[in-house]
Structures are given as structure tokens and as C-alpha cells.
Design a protein around this ligand. Structure first.
Ligand SMILES: C[S@@+](CC[C@H](N)C(=O)[O-])C[C@H]1O[C@@H](n2cnc3c(N)ncnc32)[C@H](O)[C@@H]1O
Length: 349
């Protein structure tokens, strides 16, 4: 019998707080005041944890445990360690009770997951080389939608730099998102949902849309349904370039979703040279400028990013150009290139 199993069998977890308990605990009339949607149905919390894969003897970090529904399902599956990171200190007493019953398997950390550095929280012996199998470390969470989407962007960047939890190797993530966001993350080319998020997620990860939880399963019920999505970082991203650079090119190209993709690519450059450099970028990349953004494969985005780099390496000031910057900064660039264009045109051919 494994150590994890014997620990699990002696564990007596306190019952999950009921809706009434939560209302009483927080002296609330309505749960809506907490701006959170809780999952108190154990069949569903078990299903989320199962979607993460086999976590027995693994180290797990749960983000946003709240009253601990998913936490219980994690503990019941026998991890060797569970660290939970919760921002709202009102959940601390409930989580402390769970910690006490967990045979020292669980640790509660009050903190904001957006700025939390996980590069030291797991055991050293769990580290794996990036090229090896993913480590026996899992991150699981049902966070508010307003947190989970910016968080995954931040974490994709951390993965690309092998920082944070990804200093341990290709740590897997199982998270919930608003259904439409989850569908965008896995959207293929030509699909209506294909967007910047699809390209960014799929460039660094294998993304699996596991299942949908109807909004009515949550308390209080959100207006939308919820997707459970699992991310496994790729050994080699399809576009092996810095995150910020890829993000900039993909964001600009999707800036005009229904237009020819070259229209968005042109906004990477100051107005006076925009048409000319946009054309050069597509020619260098050997991509048809009349494709729409959602028709471009990640490989084509990769060639466009490489072409953008070649153009900027010739004139590194271009790397700094941002067509969404404050008017003053943008105009500075536009005037600069306007004057230079005049000079070029004045030179006799
Ligand atoms: C939607 S509730 C879900 C709670 C629980 N996981 C469940 O499924 O019932 C989200 C939880 O995330 C916590 N949370 C929100 N923002 C957070 C952040 N930035 N860092 C850590 N926890 C956060 C909230 O306090 C809340 O407990």
C-alpha cells in the first residue's frame, strides 16, 4: 500500500460548508455579494480533478480554493502535497480546518495568484528537464473569469521563459474559463472562434477542452456556462520567438479580424512607411496578403513574426512602435518616418 493511500485512508475531511454556512460565515444576505461562483457538487469537483490526470503522489497547487469543494476532491485522490493559494482571507478558517484534517499534506497560503511566484514551492526532487515528461506537479483551479483569462496570458509568458511553476519543467494546468473563452483557446483555423488567444495558447501548449459545466451547477448561478481546459506545455513552441514579440504581431494582425490580414500587420509600422513595410513583411514571409487573420496557420504566423524581426533588425526603432500608444508618442514616430520618407524621396534616382 502506498504512503499516499494510507495517509488518505486515515484522513477525515470536515464536511463542505453548505450555502447556509457560507452565508452565515460571511454575514451575507446573498452569495452574489462575494462576486464568486462556487461549485459544491462533489461529482463535478471530482470530474474537474480527474480531468487533470493522475495526481496520486503528485504535488498540486490549487488556485482560488474558496470554501474548498475542489480541494476536497484533490485530497481524496491522494496527492503527496497540496498547496492552496486564496486571496480572500474570509475563507482561511474553512481552509484551515481542511489543512488540520489532511495529515500535513495540505498548506494554505493567503495571496494573490496573479503575482505569486511558484518557483520554490514544490519539492526539488519533482524537477524535470523541459524535454522530459511533464513533472508530477499539477495546477488546478476554478477562478473568477476576470482573473483566469489575464492569468493564463501571464502564465503562457512564464512558460515561454521557463519561470514560475515552469522552472520545474512542463507543469500542466487544469483551469476553468467562461465557455466561449475555452472554445476560443482550442479553435482551429477557419473557425468563427479563432482569435489571438487561440494562436497564443496553441503556440506554447497542447490545449484540451475537457468538458462543459452548465452555469446552473454553480452557486450563485453565473450567466454563462463554464469550460474546463487542460494545458500541457509543448517541448518546442511552434513559433520559437520571445513571447512579447509574438503577442504583438498576432495582436496587430487580429486587430482587423474581418479584413485582409495585411491590414492589421501594417499597423505594426508608423503611418508613412506602413503600406510599404507591410507588403515587404508578407513578401519575405511568403504569405498571401489577402488571407483573413482567422485563415492563417500558426506556421504562417511564425513566418510573419520572422519577417517582422528581419525588418526591425534593419531599423531597431521599429520594435518600439506601438500604434495604440498615446497620441503624442505615435505622432513622434509618424513625424520621424514622415521626415525620413521626404529625405528618401528627395534623393535623385
Ligand atoms: C469562483 S470562486 C471558486 C471557489 C472554489 N474553487 C469553487 O470552485 O467553489 C473563485 C475563488 O478564487 C479566489 N480568488 C479570486 N481572485 C484570486 C486571486 N487573484 N488569487 C487567489 N485567489 C483568488 C476567490 O476568493 C474565490 O475563493
Amino acid at each position: 500500500m502506498s504512503v499516499a493511500r494510507s495517509v488518505q485512508e486515515t484522513m477525515r475531511l470536515p464536511p463542505l460548508p453548505t450555502i447556509k454556512d457560507i452565508l452565515r460565515l460571511y454575514r451575507l444576505r446573498a452569495l452574489r455579494q462575494l462576486s464568486q461562483n462556487f461549485l459544491l457538487d462533489q461529482r463535478l469537483t471530482d470530474k474537474i480533478v480527474k480531468a487533470a490526470g493522475n495526481i496520486r503522489n503528485s504535488e498540486v497547487c490549487e488556485v482560488g480554493p474558496g470554501p474548498g469543494g475542489i480541494t476536497r476532491s484533490i485530497l481524496n485522490r491522494g496527492p503527496s502535497q497540496l498547496i492552496v493559494i486564496e486571496k480572500d482571507r474570509r475563507f482561511k478558517p474553512v481552509l484551515d480546518l481542511l489543512e488540520e484534517s489532511s495529515n500535513q499534506c495540505m498548506k494554505v497560503i493567503l495571496g494573490d495568484v496573479m503575482n505569486f511566484d511558484m518557483s520554490k514551492i514544490f519539492s526539488e526532487n519533482k524537477r524535470q528537464e523541459w524535454e522530459d515528461c511533464p513533472p508530477h506537479i499539477h495546477i488546478i483551479g476554478n477562478l473568477p473569469f476576470s482573473v483566469s483569462t489575464p492569468l493564463i496570458i501571464r502564465w503562457l509568458q512564464a512558460m515561454s521563459e521557463r519561470k514560475n511553476a515552469w522552472s520545474y519543467g512542463r507543469t500542466r494546468l487544469t483551469l476553468t474559463f467562461q465557455k466561449e473563452v475555452g472554445e476560443r483557446m482550442v479553435a482551429d483555423i477557419m473557425s468563427a472562434q479563432r482569435c489571438r488567444l487561440s494562436v497564443m495558447c496553441q503556440n506554447w501548449c497542447t490545449v484540451e477542452h475537457k468538458f462543459i459545466i452548465p452555469g446552473r451547477a454553480f452557486i450563485p448561478k453565473p450567466e454563462v456556462d463554464v469550460s474546463v481546459v487542460r494545458f500541457t506545455p509543448l517541448v518546442q513552441p511552434q513559433i520559437p520567438l520571445p513571447f512579447k514579440l509574438v503577442e504583438k504581431v498576432v495582436r496587430n494582425i487580429f486587430g482587423f479580424r474581418q479584413k485582409y490580414s495585411i491590414r492589421g500587420a501594417e499597423t505594426l509600422f508608423p503611418v508613412p512607411v506602413r503600406k510599404q513595410l507591410g507588403k515587404e513583411m508578407y513578401s519575405l514571409a511568403d504569405v498571401n496578403p489577402l488571407t483573413r487573420p482567422f485563415q492563417l496557420t500558426i506556421e504562417e504566423f511564425g513566418r510573419l513574426c520572422q519577417a517582422y524581426c528581419s525588418i526591425c533588425d534593419r531599423d531597431p526603432r521599429l520594435y518600439k512602435y506601438n500604434h495604440r500608444a498615446a497620441t503624442e508618442e505615435r505622432e513622434h514616430f509618424d513625424n520621424l518616418y514622415d521626415e525620413e520618407q521626404d529625405l528618401i524621396e528627395d534623393v535623385p534616382h
